[in-house]
Design a protein around this ligand. Structure first.
Ligand code: FAD
Length: 399
C-alpha cells in the first residue's frame, strides 16, 4: 500500500519474498492475465497459450514451496504475503496456481511416500467437489441450509470399493477450477467402502487414467485466466491406497479443506481489492476535472478513504485467520468470515474504483472493469457467500 505502510514488522526475508512475488505479479501476471482475459476459454488452454509459461515461471520462482525449516507461523506469514501479491497480479491465475497445488499438496501431507511420488507437487491439479445437482449442499453438513422436509438428491459421482481398488463413475460440474487441464485431482465424492460404509470420501485420481474425459472449457464473465470445466468418470479404477479420507472422516476433511481454501480466498481477494484501490488512487491524482485533480473533490476523497479502510480491514482479518490456522487453531467459522469479508470488499472496492474512473472505468483499455468482473465471481467461488454465512452462523449457534 503506498499510503501508510502498516507492514512495519516484516523481516528481511519476508520483504524479499514479497518483493519477488510483487515483481512476478507486475511483470508476468498482470500482462498475461489481461491477454488471457480477452481470449476465448478454449484459446486460454490451447497448446501455444501464455498460460503455460505463466505456470512454469510461477513454479520456477519457488513460490509454491515455502522453506519447510521455518516454523508454521513463519511459513504462514510468508504465504500471506505471496497470496496477496498473486491476487493483486491476477486473481484467475492466482486461483489456478492455488487449486493446481491441491492434489500434490495433500499427497505430500499424507505421510505416504509412495502416494506422494505418484502425485508429485508441481503437477497441475484440481479440487473436484461440485456436481451438476450438488453445489451449496456439498458443504452443508449440519443441514443448515436445507428447506424443512427436504431430502438430498442422489450423488452425481460415486467411488465404490472393488477388491484393492475403487471404481469411480459419474461426473463433476463445469465449475471445477483447472477442470479441463489438471493432470491430478483431489476428488470429493460419494463413497461405498469394502466394509459396507456409505458416505463421502476423498480420493486422489490420476486424470490420465482410462475412463476420464473432460467437458468444454467454460466461458464466463471473470477470472477468465482460470480454466474451469467438467470431468467425467467412466468406471475409472484407482488403487484403494489413493483414498485419503473415508466416510468416517469426510466431514472433518471438508471442514479442513474449506478452512484452508476460504483463508486462501481471503488473502487472494484482499490482493485484488488492494489492486483496485491503488489504481483508483493513482487515477484520482492525475485526472483533472473542475480545474483540479479529482482527488481534491471531497466526494472522491471520501470514497478513497472508504476503499482504503475496507482493504486494510479485509487484510487484517485474513491474516489473523491465517495465523490462527498456522498455530493449530484452524476453524471454519473464522475462515468463512475472512473469505466473505475479503470477497465482498474486493467487489465493493472494484465497483468504487470503476466509479472513480468514470467513463474510462467501463473501457477495456483500463484494468478496472476486469477487476470488477473477477471480484464478482469470487462471491460464488469456494461456496456462495450467503450459504457460507449460514454455515458459519450454524457453528456460532452450536458453541
Ligand atoms: C470461480 C469459481 C471457481 C470454482 N472452483 C471450483 C473448484 O475448484 N472445484 C469445485 O468443485 N467447484 C468449484 N466451484 C463451484 C462453487 O463452489 C459452486 O459454484 C458453489 O458452491 C455454488 O454451487 P452452485 O453453483 O451449484 O449454486 P447453487 O448451490 O445452485 O446455488 C444457487 C443460488 O442459490 C442459493 N442457495 C442454494 N441453496 C440454498 C439454500 N439452501 N439456502 C439459501 N440459499 C441457497 C446460493 O446461495 C446461490 O445464490 C467454483 C465456482 C466458481 C464461481
Amino acid at each position: 500500500m503506498p499510503v501508510i505502510d502498516l507492514e512495519f514488522d516484516l523481516n528481511e526475508t519476508e520483504r524479499a519474498v514479497r518483493d519477488t512475488a510483487h515483481r512476478f505479479a507486475t511483470e508476468v501476471m498482470r500482462p498475461v492475465g489481461d491477454k488471457l482475459d480477452k481470449m476465448s476459454a478454449e484459446d486460454v488452454i490451447a497448446k501455444d497459450s501464455l498460460l503455460w509459461d505463466a505456470h512454469k515461471q510461477y513454479n520456477d520462482l519457488g513460490l509454491r514451496e515455502v522453506d519447510p525449516d521455518l516454523s508454521p507461523i513463519e511459513q504462514a506469514r510468508i504465504s500471506c504475503l505471496i497470496s496477496e501479491e498473486m491476487g493483486w497480479g491476477d486473481s484467475g491465475l492466482a486461483i489456478s496456481f492455488g487449486a493446481g497445488a491441491m492434489a500434490g499438496g495433500m499427497a505430500a501431507n499424507s505421510g505416504n511416500a509412495e502416494l506422494a511420488a505418484r502425485f508429485p507437487q508441481g503437477t497441475n491439479g484440481c479440487w473436484a467437489i461440485t456436481e451438476p445437482n450438488h453445489g451449496s449442499d456439498m458443504i452443508d453438513f449440519g443441514d443448515a441450509i436445507m428447506a424443512p422436509g427436504a431430502t438430498r438428491s442422489r450423488a452425481d459421482c460415486i467411488a465404490r470399493a472393488d477388491g484393492n481398488e475403487y471404481v469411480i463413475s459419474g461426473q463433476k460440474a463445469a465449475w471445477v477450477s483447472n477442470g479441463t487441464i489438471a493432470e491430478q485431482a483431489a476428488l470429493y465424492c460419494a463413497m461405498e467402502t469394502a466394509d459396507g460404509k456409505k458416505g463421502g470420501g476423498v480420493i486422489l485420481v490420476n486424470l490420465k487414467s482410462k475412463g476420464v474425459s473432460r467437458g468444454k472449457a467454460l466461458e464466463k464473465i471473470g477470472q477468465r485466466a482460470l480454466n474451469q470445466g467438467e470431468i467425467f468418470f467412466d468406471e475409472v479404477r484407482v488403487p484403494a491406497d489413493n483414498v485419503l479420507y473415508g466416510p468416517d472422516l469426510y466431514q472433518f476433511a471438508i471442514d479442513q479443506t474449506l478452512t484452508g481454501a476460504n483463508t486462501g480466498m481471503a488473502l487472494t481477494f484482499t490482493g485484488l481489492a488492494r489492486a483496485a484501490f491503488e489504481e483508483a488512487l493513482d487515477y484520482a491524482k492525475t485526472r483533472v476535472q473542475g480545474g483540479v485533480p479529482i482527488i481534491q473533490h471531497q466526494s472522491v476523497k471520501a470514497r478513497i478513504f472508504q476503499m482504503y479502510r475496507k482493504v486494510e480491514a479485509a487484510r487484517c482479518l485474513a491474516r489473523k485467520v491465517a495465523m490462527s490456522n498456522a498455530a493449530g487453531n484452524g476453524n471454519l467459522g473464522p475462515a468463512i468470515a475472512a473469505k466473505v469479508t475479503a470477497t465482498q470488499t474486493a467487489f465493493e472496492v472494484a465497483s468504487d474504483a470503476l466509479q472513480i474512473f468514470g467513463g474510462n472505468g467501463i473501457s477495456r483499455e483500463y484494468p478496472i472493469e476486469k477487476m470488477l468482473r473477477d471480484a464478482r465471481i469470487s462471491m460464488i467461488e469456494d461456496g456462495c457467500n450467503d450459504v457460507l454465512g449460514l454455515v458459519c452462523a450454524d457453528k456460532l449457534v452450536e458453541e
